[in-house]
Design a protein around this ligand. Structure first.
Ligand code: FAD
Length: 309
């Protein structure tokens, strides 16, 4: 096993673990100020998974400066309010989220489109795939990461942008714990509150959903007793949807680490349990699921935790 030294300049080299939204965004910023960096991700290829994501209006100045604002707007829709219903689709209320006074709208878009745009800004030789980081260490003032394929890389600064189950964080915590410096609450497990399934439908018959003609998104949330679901009109005649089934503390503990990666895993059973739910945009949630390519439906656990360090 030999260690690859990525240093190529007389300035610190940054190792970024995770090519998600955070890791790519940091890479783009380093690109603009010429800081050497390299991004490592465990996936073999980026797949267009996920549902809708939103950016709040106050984040847009940075995208304007990076020349990406207009590009983001090509696949986005303004996001100005959200409507809340009970499981019989009786309206419980709405929340006004109109932030136009900051100079921009909030925006909603398919996460995959935004991710693809960020990825395009990073030179291909600055990302390595199939690099699952399993441990990190500090030696002689350098940071070293070890990947599951036994490769190691050396740099000066390490950034963990590897999501909720961050291996970098776990490694850092192990070192801090050995030194007695880790707050006890940081050792507690992530709590899993919901099992969630989601995707983006491209309805065969968009006329069925008049909300798709709106200038801004029609964002709906339904709150049932043990389930929540959501349907959201997006740009270009698409509808993002998601549904969550509440899990007990015990179920959550049993599920932990079973499915921490986004992807289409055994969704059929869950689909059967939710396809008759009424969709606030019309029809049933099952009809939206039918209009979504199966390989792009993700099932994921939604976890909660505030870390102190
Ligand atoms: C495929 C996918 C789809 C998503 N879809 C949605 C969505 O529709 N709506 C929404 O609100 N949020 C979604 N999320 C979550 C959302 O992107 C993040 O919660 C948020 O943007 C924070 O981004 P992040 O970069 O910190 O983490 P993430 O976006 O979770 O990215 C983490 C990255 O780190 C990589 N990684 C993890 N562990 C390791 C390791 N040990 N070694 C190397 N690489 C590792 C992962 O492959 C991933 O690319 C999705 C995340 C993913 C990965």
């Amino acid at each position: 096993m030999s260690t690859t030294n990525l240093e190529n300049k007389n300035v610190p080299t940054v190792l970024i673990v995770g090519a998600g939204i955070a890791g790519l965004m940091l890479g783009i910023l380093f690109e603009t100020i010429d800081i050497p960096y390299h991004i490592f991700d465990r996936t073999s290829a980026i797949r267009p998974l996920g549902s809708a994501m939103g950016l709040s209006s106050n984040t847009f100045p940075i995208f304007e400066q990076l020349g990406l604002y207009k590009e983001i707007m090509k696949f986005s829709i303004p996001f100005r309010s959200t409507e809340i219903f009970d499981s019989g689709l009786h309206k419980l209320g709405s929340i006004n989220l109109d932030h136009r006074l900051f100079g921009y709208d909030n925006a909603l878009f398919p996460r995959a489109k935004f991710h693809e745009l960020l990825l395009k800004q990073i030179p291909v030789d600055k990302i390595s795939y199939n690099k699952k980081v399993v441990s990190t260490e500090e030696k002689n003032g350098k940071t070293i990461i070890q990947c599951s394929d036994d490769s190691t890389y050396e740099g000066d600064i390490l950034v963990g942008a590897d999501g909720a189950y961050s291996g970098v964080r776990q490694s850092l915590y192990k070192h801090l714990d050995e030194k007695g410096m880790l707050p006890k609450s940081d050792l507690d497990d992530l709590e899993i509150g919901y099992l969630s399934m989601l995707g983006i439908a491209t309805p065969k018959n968009p006329e069925k959903y008049p909300q798709l003609k709106g200038e801004a998104t029609y964002l709906t949330n339904v709150i049932g007793t043990d389930k929540t679901w959501r349907a959201v009109s997006l740009a270009h005649n698409q509808i993002s949807w998601s549904m969550g089934i509440a899990v007990s503390k015990e179920e959550g503990q049993a599920l932990r680490f079973k499915n921490s990666e986004w992807g289409p895993k055994s969704n059929e059973v869950m689909i059967k349990g939710v396809d008759n739910l009424p969709c606030p945009l019309g029809g049933t949630m099952g009809e939206l699921i039918e209009d979504t390519p199966k390989e792009l439906i993700s099932k994921i656990f939604l976890e909660e935790k505030n870390f102190l360090t």
